[in-house]
Design a protein around this ligand. Sequence first.
Ligand code: PNS
Length: 164
Amino acid sequence: MSKRIAVYPGSFDPVTNGHVDIVERASTTFDKVIMGVLVNRNKKPVFSPEERVELIRESVKHLPNVSVDCFSGLLVDFMRKNEIKVAIRGLRAVSDLEYEFQLAHTNQLLYPEMETVFFMPNVNYVYLSSTTVREVASHGAELSGCVPPCVAKALKEKFKNSAL
Ligand code: PNS
């Protein structure tokens, strides 16, 4: 029987407990889940792709069937190259729908054999996002319980000289 492999793509700048919650759920449904970190040269992320990969690795080390990789360009190209037919996305609130539908439908047009599968996070993470985490961290504060300990440490280090 062929293995069910899925990719969980995202910016993960940085990975949050919401992302970890989603991948924990996905890892019970799929044989293998690859967290795909988007390398977007046009954006200036807080963490480099290498740092993001390292932080994710540390955060998901309790999940043996989850691995981490980087991709640039189109997600569907990464999926084709790696023979992956399922993309996972987290759906937090109705406000996510518009963007997620746009993404899923565009990907489906480009790669009709693929499916996007949505997972709902624990209600505690419904309003949690990497953007909020970055904003709070840039002011020297911490959202305890919102990011894995290694991410909290890395954020503190990253913003130690820029806190207002
Ligand atoms: O965590 P994010 O930023 O919401 O993730 C968005 C991501 C990385 C899944 C999406 O932007 C993506 O797949 N980008 C790669 C380019 C692509 O394939 N776009 C889809 C067609 S518009």
